[in-house]
Design a protein around this ligand. Structure first.
Ligand code: PLP
Length: 419
């Protein structure tokens, strides 16, 4: 047995705990031969960025075997790349099972997952009405145009989900574990049971959770999708996505990615792999910061209502406690306003007064980010749909970063004084 392989096997036996897997998984799976022989090779501690479109083999017979799948290896980067594979191995190790497939964005990942679930002409998809706007539009505009029927349901109303699954027997059910911006928590294990009984496929977008908070495959989901742009990479410096799944979907997903070509690029994969190493540390701090900020916001006279799944008065607090390791790193709140425009003016004044928190429509970064959902993430919705989803003009969403909580609180409190 070659030395690198022996070391890799020993190392993998030690990767039993989440934090250890986050640091080591995916690394040291490739080595650089110094003399053309593997045993004498260098063993980089950190996976290099393989900026290579193609990989040459010893002889053309080996190329034939790699392309034919008889031998593992790399041939052409659209089919697979060692840096991308390192990131994929790390994410699969954190999810606890299955194979990961990295994509150029979260949307490309979701699109591929839905295709792998055979969401094709004549099929029906039951989707959570709380879904990220672009995912809803992907279903309606792209899949809808090719003959897919799309139905929406309140994913946090288990009775409604059950009724719809029984009546419609959808081919696919798609939801987000924690949704934007009221941080509703879907009951993944119970919905997975209903989906399994109906013989449907459950696709869970766990972007807001990451495997630190929940591992949907272990709870019965068929595919888990992440926008790696958010918490997984965590530094606001790349766009990417990943799907983790197992038999029978992994073969289809691999083929779809090869043919559609939405593979994550090697540089992004390297950045994302670096980000994953600190995921548990970042998530721990972000969850702590969210808890602390919730307490302070709830006591503030200029705040009318706080949405945080860890609070007893949140409608999904019981589901969150039962299905998540912690309540997450996001908090939303309504300003106490009584103006005719419903509070948009005050919300803008609050956001403009922030000095530490960054005003950008994203989440999951090391920086604390603040947005006005009604004019950003939910801008494309009609006012009536926004009202039905509870997205008011006075609503602010905060994605906690890893800064000192007192600096975030002081910043929010000084901005509230300007409202
Ligand atoms: N899923 C969720 C829950 C998101 O919030 C987003 C983006 O905000 C996406 C998917 C899409 O990810 P990306 O922007 O990486 O395509």
């Amino acid at each position: 047995m070659s030395k690198p392989r022996r070391e890799q096997e020993t190392r993998e036996k030690q990767l039993t705990r989440f934090e250890t897997r986050a640091v080591h998984a995916g690394e040291r799976r490739t080595y650089l031969a110094t003399d053309g022989k593997s045993d004498g090779g260098l063993y980089p501690i950190s996976t290099p960025i393989y900026l290579s479109t193609t990989f040459a083999h010893e002889d053309i017979e080996q190329t034939d075997k790699v392309l034919g799948g008889e031998e593992t290896g790399y041939s052409y980067t659209r089919y697979g790349n060692p840096t991308v594979a390192a990131f994929e191995e790390a994410v699969a190790a954190l999810e606890g099972r299955g194979h990961a497939f990295a994509f150029a964005s979260g949307m490309a990942a979701m699109h591929a997952a839905l295709l792998a679930a055979e969401l094709t002409n004549g099929a029906m998809v039951l989707a959570a009405e709380q879904l990220f706007g672009s995912t809803s539009s992907l279903l309606v505009q792209v899949f809808g145009a090719s003959g897919v029927e799309v139905r929406f349901v309140d994913a946090c109303d288990l009775a409604a989900v059950e009724k719809n699954i029984e009546e419609l027997t959808p081919r696919v059910v798609v939801l987000e574990t924690i949704s934007n911006p009221l941080l509703r928590v879907a009951d993944v294990p119970r919905i997975a049971e209903l989906v399994r009984t109906a013989g449907s496929t459950l696709v869970v977008d766990a972007t807001f959770c990451t495997p630190y908070l929940q591992r949907p495959l272990e709870l019965g989901a068929d595919m888990v999708v992440h926008s790696a742009t958010k918490y997984l990479s965590g530094h606001g410096d790349l766009t990417g996505g990943v799907v983790v799944t197992d038999i029978p979907y992994d073969g289809a997903l691999d083929q779809i990615r090869k043919l559609v070509g939405g593979l994550m690029a090697p540089f992004e994969a390297w950045l994302a792999l670096r980000g994953v190493k600190t995921l548990p540390l970042r998530m721990y701090r972000q969850c702590e910061n969210a808890r602390e900020i919730t307490t302070r916001l709830a006591a503030h006279p200029k705040v009318a209502k706080v949405y945080y799944p860890g609070s007893k008065d949140h409608p999904d607090n019981e589901v969150a406690r039962r299905t998540l390791a912690d309540a997450g790193g996001l908090v939303s709140f309504e300003l106490d306003t009584r103006t005719p425009d419903g509070g948009r003016e005050e919300a803008f004044r609050f956001l403009n007064a922030l000095k530490v928190c960054v005003k950008v429509p994203s989440l999951g970064d090391i920086y604390t980010l603040a947005i006005h959902p009604a004019t950003t993430s939910h801008r494309e919705l009609s006012p009536s749909r926004r009202a039905r989803l509870g997205v008011k003009e006075n609503l602010i969403r905060i994605s906690l970063g890893i800064e000192h909580p007192d600096d975030i609180i002081e910043d929010i409190e000084q901005a509230l004084e300007k409202v």
